[in-house]
Design a binder for this molecule. Sequence first.
Ligand code: ZN
Length: 467
Amino acid sequence: MNMRKEENFSEWYNDLVEQAGLTDKRYPIKGMNVWPAYGWKVMRQIDTFIRQELDATGHDEVCFPLLIPETEFKKEKDHIKGFDSEVYWVTHAGLNELDVRLLLRPTSETAMYPMFSIWVRSHGDLPLKIYQLVNTFRYETKQTRAFIRVREIHFFESHTCHVDEEDAQRQVEEDFIILEKLMERLALPYLLLRRTEWDKFPGAHYTVGIDTYMPSGRSLQLGSIHHYRENFSKPFDIKYEDVDGNQKYVHQTTFGMSERLLGAVVGVHGDDKGLVLPPDIAPVQAVIIPIIAKGNLEGVTAEARRLADELNAAGIRTHLDDGDERPGAKFYKWELKGVPLRLELGGRDIANGVVSYARRDTGEKGTFLRKSAGEDVEALLLKISKEMRDRARQRMESSITTIDSLDDLPEKWLRFGWCGEEECGKKIEETANIKILGSPYEKEEYHGKCLACGRETDTVVYAARAM
Ligand code: ZN
């Protein structure tokens, strides 16, 4: 890596994702990248945690077809308006032109809801809570960027149906808890911002965006949680019979996130030496490098192998690098890949009954006793994870700048008063070339003036330029 993160974030990011083996952009369709083994291992680890949390909260994993008939896609009028320009169409099957065109799912509401109208019959079928991890497709016209703006997206989506608005609201709150557990593992700070009316998901009653702050000064939306009320259940006729025998429409929610989670991990934690992976998602959590001197090759290697076996048995993903490169070259290689902990074992360490370590995130070095290696490595990994998140949170919080005028805007997360009128909101967005991300889901105490019209307001919003 010869690119400097602080000087040119964009180039640094684009170089790093390929050099570290997370993605291969050479596939002959722009915006559709290959997941090489290392990148896929990291993504799979993230997916594992998503599955764990969803399964633990009573969701069932399913898998729906990729193709959606145009007739279903057009049932909800706002939805089609929101996605029309982004979908890929299938117009032919073999040599025949199709009567009803099919599209590649950009998201799966219109694939799932015709089936929900068959599956849901009575209040006993509710709540219905399902999710899937699949690829979705959106025709991006802007400059593509690995994990952040791609045309084939590795996507998680949960869809739920409830007896009423309150129960759907409870689901939204549960999604926040699931999200927090996941983000702790990714060591990512974030804000939950309720999107403006003109920016909410097409067809939603309301949308909560999950936003994180990138060191470039821009915001990155990691996903979103939506309350649909009956906006989809009416056009898709998803009804149930309640305890009194009345037919009612279900209330629905969705929760979606994508491979952007990985993009955020790269951007937030990486440095000029390469990736810095949070221990929970690192395919290799600790790498052991034997430090060989004349005459001790066999002894040191054997002891390094014993240490690797011991750590793997203790559930720590450990790799022994006993190749014949020089230690310096090995350090460089594993730093680029973001391995959280490097363990060094040489003749002197063995004689002293210790193992030397170096943390990837801070560079801090030290030793621990060989006999308590399992416990010590585990404690170090926990510490790294916690400190990575604390530092990222501090950076995010210190970047939030409260402003009361549109002059001399810093490239940061901006916080200001807004009266709630669409006209004012759009004027601010246009004048400052920023995007209003929304007001905090948990209302923040605020007294100030609307940045556009000057009226008194107690509503504060966050805005930034989007990645
Ligand atoms: Zn105003």
